[in-house]
Design a protein around this ligand. Structure first.
Ligand code: FAD
Length: 358
């Protein structure tokens, strides 16, 4: 197995020579950082990736999550990784310091995410979802919602998700049928089905908070009637305990390249006992959710580049160790294997150059 899954040299070349990232530290907002500190952050990200994520990527791919007695069981490393990433501030990289974040430039945070993804793409997805879901509450929710959910999501104790897609509504989100019925107590009763929800449930965390799109009863039709709710798997009872919030897992799916991360189907409010908490203003949900969708789009791009990078280094490693063929000047087949594929390649290149010079 290749020991190298990305190149820090290439990454730094892009960051500092192509994009002049260090110049961002001249802005007061990033004034706490300088080039040396940014390097230290990248170095720490590599160490975490190597210790926490890389050792498990094959096991996680070969043993995808299972739904056992209504509980989604994931690889034990997920719990450890979320805890350490949360405690180390890696789920709050771009969050302002006043909200206990690291206040790092987005490009450095994305580079760290890239490093995590090269080590283990599905292992890195859990914390990425917590980050995006927490930021929806930070930017659009009230203080009460923030206090109830965000610190636990940013510390990796609770999973965050984006819950948009339904069995009958994927691209066509205006057709969602999940409903939210207002109550006198301020919360809403949520009922519906969601499908393909990444990290939609698992035993690596105490709780899962779904940032969910639903339509308030009587809302305008189409996208203008969609609102955003925080819908926890377990809600906090009057006694301060975590109790079931009537969100059931009706199935899980496995996605190629992403098999370590459960993709869940949710049945919400089957017993008419699911409470959802409105985030921001009614009927503005899709607008808010675009923040997380756009971050997810960038995340998908980072993930694709990361997987291609890891695959490149695995191929390079294989080509370097696999011996086959003879030296180019060796015409005797009885001489057997003499060199690896990289040497062939280098020889071919030097032959080409020699021919060109001649
Ligand atoms: C890896 C992965 C993770 C995911 N994680 C989540 C998650 O965490 N939360 C969540 O809510 N969802 C998640 N999803 C679901 C995702 O949001 C949907 O797959 C996506 O919205 C597309 O919906 P669909 O799969 O139903 O495809 P469809 O909407 O049925 O589209 C099928 C095809 O038809 C095309 N098409 C659709 N509408 C039109 C049109 N009007 N005109 C022309 N062509 C059209 C599409 O481009 C596509 O090629 C995830 C999906 C993947 C693959």
């Amino acid at each position: 197995m290749a020991d190298k899954f990305f190149s820090m040299r290439n990454l730094k070349f892009l960051l500092y020579e192509v994009f002049d990232t260090a110049s961002l530290t001249r802005y007061p907002y990033y004034g706490e950082y300088d080039r040396k500190m940014l390097d230290m952050v990248l170095q720490a990200a590599e160490e975490l990736a190597r210790g926490l994520l890389w050792p498990y990527y094959q096991e996680m791919d070969r043993n995808p999550p299972e739904l056992v007695d209504d509980v989604v069981k994931v690889h034990p490393s997920v719990k450890k990784a979320l805890k350490e990433l949360g405690q180390g501030g890696w789920i709050a990289m771009t969050v302002p310091e006043e909200l206990d974040g690291q206040q790092l430039p987005e490009i450095i945070a994305d580079s760290c995410k890239f490093i995590f993804c090269t080590a283990n793409y599905s292992g890195a997805a859990f914390s990425g979802l917590c980050d995006g879901a927490a930021r929806l509450i930070e930017n659009f929710g009230n203080r009460e919602l923030y206090d109830a959910f965000v610190p636990n999501m940013r510390s990796g104790r609770w999973q965050g998700t984006m819950a948009l897609t339904e069995p009958e509504a994927g691209s066509s989100l205006s057709d969602i049928t999940t409903t939210a019925t207002p109550t006198e107590n301020g919360y809403y009763h949520i009922q519906g089905q969601k499908i393909f929800i990444s990290a939609g449930d698992h035993d690596g965390v105490e709780n899962v908070v779904h940032l969910m799109l639903a339509k308030i009863k009587g809302a305008p039709s189409g996208v203008k009637g969609i609102s955003l709710f925080a819908v926890p798997k377990k809600r906090i009872s009057e006694k301060g305990e975590l109790v079931s919030n009537d969100v059931l897992i009706s199935g899980i799916f496995h996605k190629l390249g992403y098999r370590g991360c459960p993709t869940a189907q949710l049945s919400i409010g089957d017993n008419n006992d699911c409470r959802g908490y409105l985030v921001g203003e009614p009927h503005n949900g899709l607008r808010y959710m675009f923040q997380m969708m756009n971050e997810a789009r960038i995340g998908v791009g980072i993930g694709a580049a990361a997987m291609a990078t890891a695959a490149y280094y695995a191929s390079l490693d294989y080509a370097a160790v696999r011996k086959q063929g003879r030296k180019i000047e060796e015409k005797n087949p009885a001489k057997g294997c003499a060199q690896n594929n990289i040497l062939h390649f280098k020889l071919d290149l030097s032959n080409m150059r020699t021919r060109q010079l001649a």
